[in-house]
Design a binder for this molecule. Sequence first.
Ligand code: ATP
Ligand code: MG
Length: 444
Amino acid sequence: MSEINKAIRGTGDVLPDQSYKWQFIENKMIETARLFGFKEIRIPVFEHTEVFTRSVGDTTDVVQKEMYTFEDKSGRSITLRPEFTAGVVRSVIEHGLVNCALPVKTCYVGACYRYEKPQAGRLREFHQFGVECFGASKPTADAEIITLANTILENIGIKNLSLEINSIGCPECRKVYHAALKEYLNSHSEELCDTCKGRLERNPMRVLDCKSPICSKIASAAPVMLDYLCNDCKEHFDGVKAHLSAADIDYKINTHIVRGLDYYTRTVFEFVSGDIGAQSTVCGGGRYDGLVGQMGGPQLPSLGFAMGLERLLMVMESQNVEFKPEQPCDVFIASMGEKAEIEATKLCCMLRDEGFCAVTDITSRGLKAQMKYANKIGATFSAVIGDNELMHGSCNLKNMETGEERQVTLPDGLVEAVYDFQINSVFEDLSDSVEGIETLFQNK
Ligand code: ATP
Ligand code: MG
């Protein structure tokens, strides 16, 4: 296949027969976030490169290896967003949201771009849902966003995830920790990968996030940040744990979570799945108390998380989570002749005004081909409009599954008949459920 007939490596298409799954999870996420007081924010796909280098950090994998950066025609350096937090922070500062009633609670969904080695669960264009909360310093806030992530994951039907939490302290206690970590890493400096050798002086914690097997092995025996927390950070972490326990949310402490982005402080967390192989982190987040100030805004303690939609879909597929199937076409109206075509279009408009999916032929093909199409798109009902129907002002509405037909008067009888059917099918569903409950009781 020639290049132009193939999507770029590491990108993918969501085809029409799959998109309802994406709509389902995205809607559930935004709706659940709304229940917690978060409102959607939409930001550009690209920003000035500095938005990311200054926030994500220039010793991180994202900035050093993964960004899609290019010069635009005026010579500015532009980067496709590798994540949302930096852009959202830029936006809330630019528009003065940081001066509004605090905390400001935002959520987002959209594509991110990272030049990584494509593999299962790791793409070059992928999608995230996430939240950012500005102006909340207490452990209650950390617990609230973790609870929100947990509720979203439950609401989309995922099970068996484990929540892992850690604290990576504040700039004060981290200084002491960095010194201890550097000392340890220096004793292994020869074995570290080249990138990590370069990071050792400026940001030794980045070595702990390196994916190379040798660096990971060295990292596993390194001193841990939790042992170096100052009193305030320790108290904060204890508060987060207490709130999570009170909310009945299970967690594990994982001293190795440092997160791949520099802006984090104090609480960091991940939701991990055992069902999708190596790329197992489906959600990552934490607190970033210094970032808003560092980006030119006021000092505003803030926090957030992001979840990867492709990875979540993989977990859902592996756990056979049932998605509510897309509403198929309710009524297909076939037409024969020019006048009938116009009438069919009018009838479709009426049905659509009532919220039904109505489709008619727009290719002027023969009746047989039209009915074949109605079958293929899974229409629940069909009706044929020809000269006879036009003359008598009535047509037959056919149930495509049972073959049952009912004569209806045009135009109002058609809409009524479709409603009638819907009500009947709701009753049938209800009586099925009642029967189910009765059987359940009888079997007890
Ligand atoms: P990883 O350690 O897997 O590289 P990360 O720490 O780089 O993840 P974050 O920057 O925290 O990831 O992004 C949040 C979430 O976005 C991840 O938990 C994951 O679900 C998803 N994600 C990150 N990178 C990719 C990618 N290249 N392809 C698909 N999903 C991704
Ligand atoms: Mg990564």
